[in-house]
Design a protein around this ligand. Sequence first.
Ligand SMILES: [Fe+2]
Length: 393
Amino acid sequence: MIPKYYEFHNPVKINAGTEALETIPYELKLMNVSRPIIITDQGIVNAGLLKIVLDGFTDSNITIGAIYDNTPSDSSLETVNEITKIYKDNNCDSIIAVGGGSSIDTAKAVNIVISEGDSDIKKFMGVDRISKPQQPFIVIPTTSGTGSEVTVVAVIADKKNNIKMPFTSSLLLPKVAIIDPRMTMSLPAKITATTGMDALTHAIEAYTCLQKNPLSDSYAFTAIKLVIENIEETVKNGKNKDARFAMANASTMAGIAFSNSMVGAVHAIGHACGAVAHVHHGNAMAILLPYVMKYNMDVIENYYSEILLALAGPDIYAETPKDKRARKAIEIILLLNHKLNKLCGMPIKLSDAGVTEDQINDIAKAALNDGAMLPNPKDLNLEDIKTILKEAF
Ligand SMILES: [Fe+2]
């Protein structure tokens, strides 16, 4: 059903393809800037990816103003302040983030401080607290999972007070996202699997949550199809450029989908598993997805039936009786988890991902208070969440 009212917003220009990186100098010229700072991390440098990005500037009129290649995996206020100083000291005029979620979130936060002209970033925490136009910003994702290149959120740690600070504004979106398969070719198999399952979860939760709408549905549906057709191949054969490109597209499309609808209980419980037991986000998504789907099924069987077409293709969809399609969709996800486990050792039970039985209560409590629980299509109470956790344990 189409909601009575919804909003859909994606102003990010997507440059996608095997030579997409080479378009950056032209994009900077269009934005009337010529001295970007590149924000990345050591993993990207060691994998040779920064060099590929820099090679794209050969013969251009662009001067790289500064490179910050030390972004930690859990970025903090200190990192943001350090990079802001480097940006100013080197007269930079634009920002390029190269990396996974942390480098992209860090770059978004640096952009807030510079654009607002205020070093107290805490003032801008929350929803729509940013008011000034941001500096020209380009994002080059190096994993196929978070969709951060098209999402309006950044999360930065305040280590002194031991809290995570969320910033949400459409002004945080980059001007351009570069989807180039060269950037994900060297991702290890297990990270390929878990980040891919994160993208699949974004798409399935976007397609089934309370804030779904026809536009987010279309992005989500295609993202599901692209993940299911390519995830095993990218885990088995990381050098398959076409499969890598398909997964990168899936991740971006799933990001656009959930940015314009929401996620749900898989993310709520997954966030809690991360906070209490330090389970990697993608691992938690893969493990929890089929069990949450089972739990939600009586409320949204029709949506799960619909996505069987994306998950299994038209032949299997047509030959599966209507009342068995939703269950078949869940079976396919469970089977996929087992295949990925065999291929790369991706954990498929919480007990294999570092969760202990005595943490289940704390995880359930944290999940109940997570914002992602609100748009879940079925109300879950503490006991429901514990049941899901025990099944997934
Ligand atoms: Fe996610």
